[in-house]
Design a protein around this ligand. Structure first.
Ligand SMILES: Nc1ncnc2c1ncn2[C@@H]1O[C@H](COP(=O)(O)OP(=O)(O)OP(=O)(O)O)[C@@H](O)[C@H]1O
Length: 264
């Protein structure tokens, strides 16, 4: 089933001692089925917390205090489980650091097979689908690769495995939190291309979070800009970059343009 995603009035607070601090404040955004939305903002602006609230994986001291998510034909009040109650595996997530997203002591093929099993595959079908997934994310010789441990792969290969793990549960919505930040610049572009191809092939609805405007605009046609936990501006990439209304958006687009000029 294809689905879009709409989040309305999301609020996340973090407990520190007796105090409760709001780190995501009345954040709303929407992405149509099969579309890609970028969420940009500087470090600490609440990007990760927003995605984690949607998938129901907030850190221990954080909790959702308001907000709904509309997806899979229903509107739900967001609680500790985020959209997990919409159905297991409906929403997948790709994290920033592929090494910490993988189990260092388990061969990568077994890790992908395990998620296939949890998603309902029998033993044989899990084996076949794990190989197919490793191939689909562009890993050469998937049978050989499946036998390796995470530390025996390059950073880019590891992130491809993480993407295969996210796809193993057959998600309709893929949340990507800085998926290229931990990678070499040369590898970043190949991972972004892979995400764009997968979105097209599988009709995935993608939300991509990054502090880097260039990364977001390579994949997304629309943007939401966060600052200090609040939405400062939202619209199409073209509108936001050609006529930014908020000084912070202007700063971001100037910085992205300066980087472009510096590129060889
Ligand atoms: N595990 C945590 N426990 C407590 N507070 C946290 C935790 N993670 C983040 N925060 C706080 O929540 C706020 C929002 O952080 P968040 O990680 O969402 O920002 P971000 O925009 O994703 O930044 P970055 O790109 O640096 O990850 C920050 O003030 C941060 O200090």
């Amino acid at each position: 089933m294809s689905t879009g995603l709409r989040v309305d009035g999301l609020r996340v607070t973090v407990r520190s001692g007796a105090a409760e601090r709001t780190v995501v404040d009345d954040v709303s955004f929407a992405v149509e089925a099969g579309g890609a939305l970028g969420i940009v903002g500087e470090s600490g602006s609440g990007k990760s917390m927003t995605l984690r609230a949607v998938i129901g994986l907030l850190p221990e001291r954080a909790r959702v205090t308001a907000g709904t998510a509309t997806a899979f034909g229903a509107t739900r009040t967001l609680g500790p489980r985020g959209l997990r109650d919409a159905g297991p595996g409906h929403v997948g997530m790709v994290f920033q650091d592929p090494l910490s997203a993988l189990d260092p002591l388990t061969r990568v093929g077994a890790q992908v097979r395990e998620v296939c099993r949890v998603a309902g595959d029998g033993r044989r079908s899990a084996r076949e689908r794990a190989t197919a997934l490793l191939e689909q994310v562009g890993l050469p010789d998937p049978d050989d690769l499946a036998r390796r441990y995470p530390h025996e792969l390059s950073g880019g290969q590891r992130q491809r495995v993480v993407i295969a793990l996210a796809l193993a549960a057959r998600p309709r919505i893929l949340l990507c939190d800085e998926p290229t930040t931990a990678l070499d610049v040369t590898v970043q572009a190949t991972i972004l291309r892979l995400l764009a191809d997968l979105r097209r092939e599988l009709g995935l609805t993608v939300v991509l979070v990054s502090h880097d405007l260039a990364v977001v605009t390579s994949l997304c046609a629309s943007l939401t800009v966060l600052r200090h936990g609040r939405v400062t501006e939202a619209g199409t990439v073209t509108d936001l970059l050609t006529a930014p209304r908020h000084p912070y958006t202007r700063e971001l687009s100037d910085a992205a343009r300066a980087l472009e000029l510096e590129a060889p």
